[in-house]
Write a protein that binds this ligand. Structure first.
Ligand SMILES: [Zn+2]
Ligand SMILES: [Zn+2]
Length: 283
C-alpha cells in the first residue's frame, strides 16, 4: 500500500506568501516500509512541515519537480541536502523538468549545479518519458502552463493500478492521452469556477478533464486565494455532481491510503484497521 500525504494544499503567489494554506508539496511513501519515499513539488515549507509531521526528510529516495515556479521548487535544494544526508552521501534520484534543471526563456533554473551533483541520478523529464523508481513506473505527462516545460507525473503500481498528479495547467485537448485509466487523479485547481486564468486550472477545467479521463476518484489541491474564499469543499462537491467522479478537496495533512481501496484520512489519525476495530467495539 502507498500513502499519499499532503504537506500543503495552497498554490499561487498570495496563498504562498500568506501560508493561508501550506505549500510543502506531496509525499508518497510505502505504508510500513522505507521502500518507496518520494517527494513531489517541494514548495515553501517542504522541509519544515516534513519534520513537523514526522516524515523524516532523510528517508526521501526521490524528488520530483514539475516546474520551476517558487510554489513547486523553492525547497528542492534543502530537500536534496536532506536526501543526501546533509551532503555526506551521493544518494537518491531527482526527476525534474528542463526548466528546473537548466532554465528556459521565462524561468531561471531552480537548482544550482552544486545541488544537481548530489543525487545519485538526475533525470530531465519531458512529457512521454518514463522512469522506474523503487518498483513504481513513473511517466512524465503533458501540462500546459506559463512555464512551457511544466510536466505532470503518472505513477503506475503493479498491485494497485495508477494515480497521477496534474500540476498547474490549463485544460488541453489530449489530456485523456496522459491521464486516463487511473484510479486516482490529483488536480491543481488554483481557481474556482468562472475565474479563468491562462495556464491554470479552474473548477470548470477540472470538470472537463474529469469528464474525459474518468478516474475512480479525484482530489483537488493547490488552491489560490479566490479558491480558498469560495471553499474548496464546495467546489469539489460541484465537480462531483457534474462529473459523477467522487471528488474530494485536499486539506493540509490529508493522507490517502492507496491500496485495493482508496481511503482518505488525516495525518496522525489511525486509519481503516483501527476504525474497523472501533466499530466492532461499539457494535
Ligand atoms: Zn503553482
Ligand atoms: Zn506554476
Amino acid at each position: 500500500m502507498l500513502e499519499v500525504i499532503f504537506l500543503g494544499t495552497g498554490g499561487g503567489r498570495f496563498a504562498t506568501v500568506t501560508q493561508k494554506r501550506r505549500t510543502g508539496g506531496i509525499r508518497v511513501i510505502s505504508a510500513g516500509s522505507d521502500e518507496v519515499n518520494m517527494h513531489i513539488d517541494p514548495g515553501p515549507g517542504a522541509l519544515i512541515y516534513s519534520l513537523e509531521m514526522g516524515l523524516d526528510p532523510q528517508k526521501i529516495r526521490a524528488i520530483l519537480v514539475s516546474h520551476a515556479h517558487l510554489d513547486h521548487a523553492s525547497d528542492v535544494a534543502v530537500l536534496i541536502e536532506a536526501m543526501c544526508h546533509a551532503t555526506t552521501k551521493k544518494r537518491g534520484v531527482l526527476i525534474a523538468s528542463k526548466s528546473v534543471l537548466r532554465g528556459n526563456d521565462v524561468c531561471e533554473k531552480a537548482i544550482s549545479r552544486y545541488h544537481q551533483a548530489m543525487p545519485e541520478k538526475v533525470f530531465e523529464a519531458e512529457a512521454g518519458l518514463g522512469f522506474e523508481i523503487d518498483g513504481i513506473n513513473i511517466l512524465a505527462c503533458k501540462a500546459v502552463h506559463s512555464d512551457p516545460d511544466a510536466i505532470g507525473f503518472r505513477f503506475e503500481t503493479k498491485a494497485y493500478g495508477g494515480f497521477a498528479y496534474i500540476p498547474d495547467s490549463e485544460y488541453f485537448a489530449d489530456v485523456s492521452k496522459f491521464y486516463s485509466g487511473l484510479r486516482l487523479l490529483i488536480l491543481s485547481v488554483l481557481r474556482p469556477s468562472g475565474q479563468p486564468w491562462e495556464g491554470h486550472m479552474t473548477t470548470d477545467d477540472a470538470i472537463r478533464i474529469l469528464d474525459e479521463t474518468r478516474p475512480e476518484m479525484a482530489v483537488i489541491t493547490h488552491f489560490g486565494m479566490q479558491m480558498i474564499a469560495r471553499i474548496p469543499e464546495k467546489e469539489a462537491e460541484r465537480t462531483e455532481k457534474r462529473t459523477g467522479v467522487p471528488t474530494r478537496a485536499a486539506f493540509d495533512g490529508m493522507r490517502i491510503i492507496f491500496g485495493e481501496e482508496i481511503h482518505i484520512g488525516r495525518m496522525g489519525e489511525k486509519m481503516r484497521k483501527e476504525q474497523k476495530d472501533l466499530s466492532s467495539f461499539f457494535g
